[in-house]
Design a protein around this ligand. Structure first.
Ligand SMILES: CC(=O)N[C@@H](Cc1ccc2ccccc2c1)C(=O)O
Ligand SMILES: [Mg+2]
Length: 367
């Protein structure tokens, strides 16, 4: 098919409650959505980049600029485009994986809608619903944290993940472990620790955690190797895993024994499937990470999380974890699970009224 136009939409999505991590406090999402208009129909992709470059080097204005000036022109100039050829067409741009992922996903959506197959069928999903976990931010007090966690347990979430940082780790984890009993529990440091903290992090072993996620900076594979050898709790990488080759290297070197897969972080769902396959071959379980996506990105994540080696609950929470109203029909937990959309493509549709109401500015149309 040929790309006739690429539309860049920016919407403001207020969060139902602040979300605090070791790198900052979010109260809203400034979301970039890409719609491609092709000879075979339309498709949508969500860019997971945050407003500021504090989780990764990408940020939403940067993603928009690189799509506008490099990625969209490359696709518009191509005579024939398919999801499987997008990465090659965009390879001349270094990095900008979240921007590339949004564009590739929009093409994949248009292509699979035209073919009448769902993302789940395209990825090779092996189930029709996925177990859901929830990511809980840093709170202003232990009591406030416990009230929030208690609510999620009541909603049926099958796994709790706590954001931690130096000064907010052992005590909150102890309190939550006491509250939730044997319910699976894990922590995410978002790179906030250093090698000097290894002994301190070993104190988490008493809580029987599923994993500790990305304690050290993205580039520092070595210190994750040292930590893995020093503590019982399995080490899981997130920010570090930028593609399947890095996943293979990190696993082979003993830096990680569980992998958080995020399509946006690795450049798209096709690379995410490759990361899944590499981990499956090595017997390393994976789970689907989250970037506070709207229903557009959430739909694709749920389909990805239905692949065989996604054996741990992901951060594929219900829409209401983040948004009072979603851009699509809301994703709602049933028995701690989300159903994999069965419609063609992503299986969800962007609500035109919400898009118009929450638009930060008129869409940019590139032809
Ligand atoms: C669900 C979860 O913990 N996600 C990320 C961190 C994160 C936190 C805050 C965010 C705010 C706006 C956009 C993306 C964000 C991602 C993680 O696993 O490391
Ligand atoms: Mg993480």
């Amino acid at each position: 098919m040929r790309i006739l136009a690429v539309e860049l939409h920016r919407v403001a999505m207020p969060l139902v409650r602040p979300f605090e991590t070791s790198f900052g406090r979010q109260t809203a999402r400034d979301v970039l959505l890409v719609r491609v208009r092709t000879t075979d129909g339309d498709g949508w992709g969500e860019c997971v980049a945050m407003a500021d470059p504090v989780y990764s080097s990408e940020y939403v204005d940067g993603s928009e600029a690189v799509i506008r000036h490099y990625l969209a022109p490359a696709l518009l100039a191509a005579q024939e485009v398919g999801a499987e050829s997008v990465a090659g067409l965009l390879g001349f741009v270094v990095g900008h994986r979240m921007a590339k992922a949004a564009v590739e996903t929009a093409v994949l959506d248009a292509q699979t809608r035209a073919e009448g197959i769902s993302f789940g069928e395209y990825f090779g999903a092996d189930r029709d619903a996925v177990d859901c976990g929830v990511s809980v931010g840093i709170s202003s007090s232990i009591d406030e944290l416990l009230a929030e966690v208690d609510g999620y347990v009541g909603e049926g979430y099958r796994r709790i993940k706590l954001k931690i940082k130096p000064g907010w780790d052992i005590e909150p984890v102890r309190a939550v472990r006491e509250l939730i009993g044997e319910l699976p529990l894990q922590v995410d440091a978002n790179t906030a620790y250093t090698r000097a903290d290894i002994e301190h992090l070993g104190r988490l072993d008493e809580f029987g955690l599923l994993l500790i996620e990305q304690p050290f900076v993205e580039e520092d594979i070595l210190t994750h190797i040292v930590l893995s050898a020093a503590i019982e709790t399995p080490v899981c990488l997130d920010e570090s895993i930028v593609n399947a080759e890095v996943a293979l290297d990190a696993i082979e070197r003993g830096a990680t024994s569980v992998v958080n897969i995020k399509a946006g972080r690795v450049g798209g769902y096709l690379e995410a499937v490759r990361v899944h396959d590499v981990c499956a071959e090595l017997g390393v379980p994976v789970w689907c990470g989250g970037m506070l996506e709207t229903g557009v990105g959430r739909a694709a994540n749920v389909a990805l999380a239905a692949m065989a080696n996604f054996t741990l609950p992901g951060d594929t929470s219900g829409s209401s974890r983040y948004f009072a109203e979603d851009l699509t029909e809301p994703f709602e937990l049933v028995d701690g699970r989300l159903a994999v959309p069965t419609g063609a493509g992503s299986g969800v549709d962007v609500r035109a009224d919400a898009l118009a109401d929450w638009a930060l500015r008129p869409p940019i149309t590139l032809t």
